[in-house]
Design a protein around this ligand. Structure first.
Ligand code: PEP
Ligand code: MG
Length: 599
């Protein structure tokens, strides 16, 4: 979805150029743009080839030049203490020099006649061979081969590689390859501006885990933004300003200052527990889409991972990931939790997350259709490798398996039976695995919520998925803007579902958590603590915000607010009430702390 396709100059020429997208990751960023994710199609179409011999020579020269650039960049990065990034560049330079690979690039010219096309085609052929290998490490090299091919082709085409300077940049492009964001150190990225509108693409998920202000959905208007343009972007409002006036710059500089002060306050909370003033403890965990997010989450003081959306392991590729493939992902995430629990959700495909290679026929109501656990229970070929991969990865720390979209006890019993079979298969194969992986469900359907007193017999935990629970309880499509005014996690019907779930867990002696977006709302966190929730899982940058509120509130007060809230009839009224009472409590706590600091 594009929010404003036209870049418009506002009235007089002193006004900055402005664009409007959708702010998806909060915060202001100011800096120079760095264009990323260039599509090579246009350059390839304009390319004028010489003779076959000349084209072959171009390939050879480009390989030598790119190897040199890569080696230089490896040394520079290492010199700046960026060991990991330096090692990647070094590995790329070795791959580019491989005689088989460079020979294949030169030979391909006979077939396709143009040097850049030959390089890309040879890289793709070589990457395919790597992908077919049994060894997970070798398979992962396929992406590197494609990256190197693109680099050499860009060199021949004269497309410049963006270079990082000392100041952080605002990455800008229609879309950005996740590896590009992943390989730039967080402190070098001030913000991200994307043309595409997805809020759940990998690049956005990586940016979210690192709290990088991000605006998406500018459409092709983003292509009008130039390299090194002076830009101000606001991840809260979606506003992008180019060449802003001094007055406007001043306003945003002030906003940035407040932002930095708050970040410093939050950073001081990192190693402190989320505990109310009267000692009620809640565990704050991170939601992740990729193992790297778990590493990045540590900066916010997460106590493990409460939701690893494993479908990201299945997305962005052309075939089903093997058991070994998946094992590597889960192991990396579990290890990044340093002994804390890592809850891996089994694949939640369907609904708003289709997967082309599964060939699921078009559905009228995909959110009510063939999705999540329904697919898993029908497709043993998909589910068994996933269960086995999680069990094997469990050896490297503390793992949990969480089943999405459950509506009945029967589904849980079927999953348990398959888990037993998975263990038997692993025994027969002589593979090492963990026997004490926790098993839980997402409570994200009203059916599951009302059945929690019974389902609790079969599970070790419940995690409430409010993103879906709100949509199913209120019959409000979570991605339909026309009905978004009805989508409210404080709706009393939703609160009732949540209360039933937490009470069932408390009674059964199992833990109850929440991994839907509601968990990152600090006012909701106060209410949930009063209900007896044990864990809240959210995108890591929200952790300090929630912790800050909980540490300034007493559970006794929270229980009083809860009693009042549960007599109210309207979600908006509940939100307003909570903001008022919690804010006034927090203001009192802040005033007391300031007075004590002065003494
Ligand atoms: C949820 O439904 O609350 C949830 C966490 O899952 P997802 O947003 O991936 O559907
Ligand atoms: Mg869900």
């Amino acid at each position: 979805m594009h929010y404003d396709l036209v870049m418009h100059k506002q009235g007089d020429s002193n006004m900055p150029e402005s664009l409007h997208g959708k702010g998806v990751i909060s915060g202001v960023a100011m800096g120079k743009t760095m264009l990323v994710g260039q599509n090579l199609d246009g350059f390839l179409a304009d390319y004028k080839a010489g003779t076959i011999e000349e084209e072959k020579q171009k390939v050879e020269d480009a390989v030598v030049a790119v190897v040199e650039i890569l080696q230089e960049s490896a040394e520079t990065l290492k010199g700046k203490g960026m060991e990991e990034q330096g090692a990647i560049m070094e590995a790329h330079s070795l791959l580019a020099q491989d005689p088989m690979f460079s020979g294949a690039m030169v030979d391909k010219v006979d077939e396709v006649q143009k040097a850049p096309a030959a390089v890309l085609a040879a890289a793709s052929d070589t990457a395919n061979i790597f992908e077919m290998m049994d060894d997970a490490y070798m398979q992962e090299r396929a992406a590197d081969i494609r990256d190197i091919g693109k680099r050499i082709a860009k060199y021949i085409l004269g497309v410049k590689e963006p270079e990082l300077g000392d100041d952080p940049v605002v990455l800008c492009g229609y879309e950005v390859e996740p590896s590009v964001i992943a390989n730039i150190p967080t402190e070098k990225i001030a913000g991200v501006i994307l043309g595409q509108g997805s809020t759940t693409c990998h690049a956005v998920i990586i940016a979210k885990a690192r709290a990088i202000p991000t605006v998406v959905g500018l459409g092709h208007a983003v292509e009008a933004i130039e390299e090194k343009a002076d830009v101000i972007m606001d991840g809260d409002t979606g506003v992008i300003l180019i060449d802003a006036t001094d007055d406007i710059r001043e306003q945003y500089t002030a906003k940035l200052k407040v932002q930095k002060e708050q970040e410093a306050r939050y950073a001081a909370l990192k190693d402190l527990p989320a505990v109310t003033t009267d000692g009620v403890r809640v565990q704050l965990m991170a939601n992740i889409g990729l193992p790297e997010d778990a590493k990045a989450a540590a900066a916010y003081g997460n106590e493990g991972v409460g939701l690893f959306r494993s479908e990201f392991v299945f997305m962005g590729r052309e075939d089903i990931p093997t058991e070994d493939d998946q094992f590597e992902y889960y192991k990396a995430a579990i290890e990044a939790c340093n002994g804390n629990l890592c809850v891996i959700r089994t694949m939640d495909i369907g609904g708003d997350k289709p997967l082309a290679y599964l060939d699921i026929p078009h559905e009228e109501n995909p959110f009510l259709g063939y999705r999540a656990v329904r697919i898993s229970l029908h497709r043993r070929d998909l589910f068994m490798p996933q269960l086995k991969a999680i069990l094997r990865a469990g050896v490297y720390g503390k793992a949990g398996i969480m089943v999405p979209m459950v509506i009945s006890c029967d589904e849980v019993k079927q999953v348990r039976a398959l888990l037993k079979e998975a263990m038997m298969e692993l025994d027969m194969e002589g593979k090492d695995y963990s026997r004490d992986v926790q098993v839980g469900i997402m409570v994200e359907t009203p059916a599951a919520a009302v059945m929690t007193p019974m389902i609790s017999k079969y599970v070790d935990f419940f995690s409430i998925g409010t993103n879906d629970l709100v949509q199913y309880t209120l019959a409000v499509d979570r991605v339909n803007h026309n009905v978004s005014y009805l989508y409210n996690h404080f709706n009393p019907a939703v609160l009732k579902m949540i209360q039933i779930t937490i009470e069932s867990a408390n009674k059964a002696g199992i833990w109850a958590g929440m991994c839907g977006e509601m968990a990152s709302d600090p006012y909701a966190a106060v209410l949930l603590t009063a209900m007896g929730i044990n864990e809240l899982s959210m995108s890591a940058p929200s952790i300090p915000k929630v912790k800050d509120k909980l540490r300034k509130i007493s559970a006794a007060d929270a229980k009083r607010y809860l009693a009042t809230v549960m007599t109210m009839e309207d979600g908006d009224e509940i939100r307003e009430y909570l903001h008022k009472v919690v804010d006034s409590r927090v203001a009192a706590a802040d005033a007391k702390a300031a007075a004590e600091a002065e003494e």
